[in-house]
Design a protein around this ligand. Structure first.
Ligand code: ADP
Length: 289
């Protein structure tokens, strides 16, 4: 292909003219930021593109520090999230077929977005700040859960972290309400981060995350079902083929040690590959037990 040389475009971008910055006489830097935000919001809200406006709102909310949105703003967001949830297909845990039964607990393998599952509690793969992901548009489960629950989730997690006085240790779990999610509660656990070789430490902490997520259900009356995501196997880098048998063995042991505690336990997976991995490991578990 013929190179597109400077002479072809220099005139179009006034390459050889000095740059003269625009001015805004008398406006403070604060005013300039406000004016620019207003302009950006206006240009994104002008026209008819609802999905662009919604994405902009989502990215602003993702970056919002805890407890910043006013009471009125929070109520408006609740109304929006409730309306959106009503338009989404929701899966009820009661309607899911069992893969196997351990004691009296129905164990389910379910592929889908955990924020569309109506279940007692869902498990969030959180980070040690527990505040959710601050990266707009980042496709992690933490972001999905926080953005659909509403700002109260970040506020509650911030309250917990401030009360305990330090970040959350790997392998522990905390619980909050689910707010605008179909799930009643969210269990927040911090799985291990694997960089380089997988060690005994990683497997111990991953097992802790599963066990503590299960244990905390005992402390909430009436909590009878739990959906576990595939903790640590995304951004945190725990190989799914090692995480899956560990997750299944840990959960199965806990269910045997705590008979009658849960009516349903869901292994929630997102990708086809993860589904196949869990399916094979659960079949293997059935063969061996
Ligand atoms: P971690 O930081 O613990 O690795 P990630 O969010 O990166 O957490 O991934 C954890 C798991 O959650 C991965 O298997 C990923 O595919 C899955 N996941 C991501 N988004 C969703 C979602 N909306 N619903 C269910 N699972 C999800």
């Amino acid at each position: 292909m013929k190179p597109f040389s400077l002479t072809n475009y220099a005139g179009h971008i006034q390459l050889h003219s000095p740059f003269v910055p625009g001015t805004a006489a008398g406006l403070s830097q604060t005013c300039l930021v406000d004016a620019l935000l207003a302009e950006l919001l206006h240009s994104c809200t002008a026209g008819d593109n609802q999905s662009e406006r919604r994405a902009l709102l989502d990215s602003l909310l993702t970056q919002l520090p805890p407890d910043t949105l006013s009471q009125q703003g929070t109520a408006l967001l609740d109304a929006l999230l409730q309306a959106e949830a009503a338009g989404r297909q929701i899966t009820r845990v009661e309607d899911l077929p069992p893969f196997l039964t351990i004691g009296t607990t129905k164990v389910v393998l379910w592929q889908g977005d955990i924020t569309t599952l109506k279940v007692g509690a869902i498990v969030n793969a959180a980070n040690s700040q527990l505040l959710g992901c601050f990266l707009p548009g980042h496709k992690c489960i933490d972001n999905a859960i926080h953005s659909r629950a509403g700002v109260q989730l970040r506020r509650d997690c911030d309250t917990i972290i401030r009360l305990q006085g330090h970040e959350e240790a790997t392998g522990l779990a905390k619980i909050t309400r689910g707010y605008n999610l179909p799930a009643d509660y969210v269990v927040h656990t911090v799985g291990p981060i694997v960089q380089g070789e997988l060690t005994h430490y990683h497997s111990q902490r991953l097992a802790d995350s599963y066990r503590n997520s299960l244990e905390i259900t005992k402390e909430v009356e009436g909590l009878r079902s739990l959906a576990l995501c595939s903790i640590s196997t995304g951004v945190f880098g725990y190989p799914i083929e090692h995480a899956t048998p560990l997750a299944i063995a840990t959960v199965a042991n806990w269910l045997r040690e705590n008979p009658g505690q849960l009516d349903a336990l869901v292994f929630n997976v997102f990708s086809d590959r993860d589904y196949r991995t869990y399916q094979a490991e659960l079949e293997e578990y059935i063969c061996n037990n």
